[in-house]
Design a protein around this ligand. Structure first.
Ligand SMILES: NC(=O)c1ccc[n+]([C@@H]2O[C@H](COP(=O)([O-])OP(=O)(O)OC[C@H]3O[C@@H](n4cnc5c(N)ncnc54)[C@H](O)[C@@H]3O)[C@@H](O)[C@H]2O)c1
Length: 336
């Protein structure tokens, strides 16, 4: 029996997480779901976006399965996603994007894993106004050698373990010579220790252009927090949209599994949200729990339903009359 903290989240979260939990349960793997709350819903109910019980549950279980959380732009509380990643030192955010057979995309051969440094950079929360009139503001980016070594080593180890051929570091060290320069220096130091893995470096703006023009040249990409956030949505666009991309936040002794996408207020309550991303998040979590066969079963079922293209959400097939619940059911039916 595995104990997992379950946070269904805001917006489309509860509806897609419900489908994902049913799919995971249908594998027969015994999971004791410990439900906890976080995000805007928790804030409105309890006056805090992250109740102590939620932190205690994750501290106890060390594994969490989380839906998207709403963070208002501008004012309001600090992102709970960022808070949890920092609090539990979930330093590696792993976001695989690949083309599923049956999904219409502009390319045929995209298979990119973005490995994002998850605890530092411009997401440190070191932000303030410099004047009482609030007409000047500053944000500080912090990059340490220790955290850079950890994430770059993680990217190379991931490449070795998953039979990948190349690691590309994306940076802006030409302009941000200290923070980004340190990250690049560390990558250049570590790369030669992995002679079987090709190493490449790209300045982030050019990397975006190359990724859109010729994504096949990218394999594993390692980068700092903000660039990783942006690049992973870009890779989602290359393979058919945000509804398809899972993610894992990995630390030394805790892991939190969540999709790349957010709470999608524009489609909340309409049975339109694609549950694939969170179901594949579930597959990543099963693998982390040592349940490889169950993880592969889930992946095979998702692949079949997407390939057939009938019971899929409209983001994948505009003519489809199926929604979140029908797609979830079809994936369960496809599990053999
Ligand atoms: N990890 C997280 O919890 C997380 C990640 C990103 C954004 N957010 C939050 O989510 C909220 C909304 O952000 P946003 O609109 O910029 O990004 P979003 O990812 O919620 O939505 C962007 C677009 O993608 C579509 N989309 C997203 N998920 C989909 C799915 N499963 N199926 C089909 N279409 C899907 C949406 O309908 C929307 O058009 C914000 O409050 C933001 O802070 C949370």
């Amino acid at each position: 029996m595995h104990n997992v903290t379950l946070i269904k989240g805001d917006g489309i979260g509860p509806s897609i997480m419900e489908e994902a939990v049913k799919v995971i349960d249908a594998t027969g793997v015994q999971i004791n779901w410990e439900e906890a709350e976080a995000g805007l819903g928790a804030y409105e109910k309890y006056g805090t976006p992250i109740p102590d019980e939620t932190v205690e549950s994750f501290t106890r279980n060390r594994v969490a399965f989380k839906g998207p959380l709403t963070t208002l732009s501008g004012g309001g509380f600090r992102s709970i996603n960022v808070v949890l990643r920092q609090k539990f030192n979930l330093y590696a955010n792993v976001r695989p994007a690949r083309i599923w057979p049956g999904v219409k995309t502009r390319f045929e051969d995209v298979d990119i894993v973005v490995v994002r440094e998850n605890t530092q950079g411009l997401y440190c929360g070191l932000e303030h106004y410099l004047t009482p009139e609030k007409d000047v503001a500053e944000s500080l980016a912090v990059v340490t050698r220790e955290a850079s070594e950890k994430i770059i080593r993680y990217a190379f180890e991931y490449a070795v373990d998953n039979n990948r051929k190349k690691v590309t570091v994306c940076h802006k060290a030409n302009i941000l010579k200290f923070t980004q320069g340190l990250f690049l220096d560390v990558a250049r130091e570590i790369a030669p220790r992995y002679p079987a893995i090709e190493f490449d470096e790209k300045i982030i703006d050019a990397a975006c252009m190359h990724m859109v023009m010729n994504p096949a040249q990218f394999d594993v990409v390692v980068t700092t927090n903000l660039f990783g956030d942006i690049l992973s949505d870009l890779t989602a666009g290359l393979v058919g949209g945000l509804g398809l991309i899972p993610g894992a936040n990995i630390g030394a002794d805790a892991a939190l599994f969540e999709a790349v996408h957010g709470s999608a207020p524009d489609i909340t309550g309409k049975n339109l949200a694609n549950p694939t991303a969170v179901i594949m998040v579930g597959a990543m979590m099963l693998k982390h729990l040592g349940e490889d066969a169950a993880s592969e079963r889930v992946e095979r079922a998702v692949k079949k339903v997407i390939f057939e293209g009938t019971f899929v959400t409209p983001d994948l097939n505009p003519n489809s009359r199926a929604g979140t619940t029908e797609m979830g059911q079809a994936i369960r039916d496809a599990m053999v």
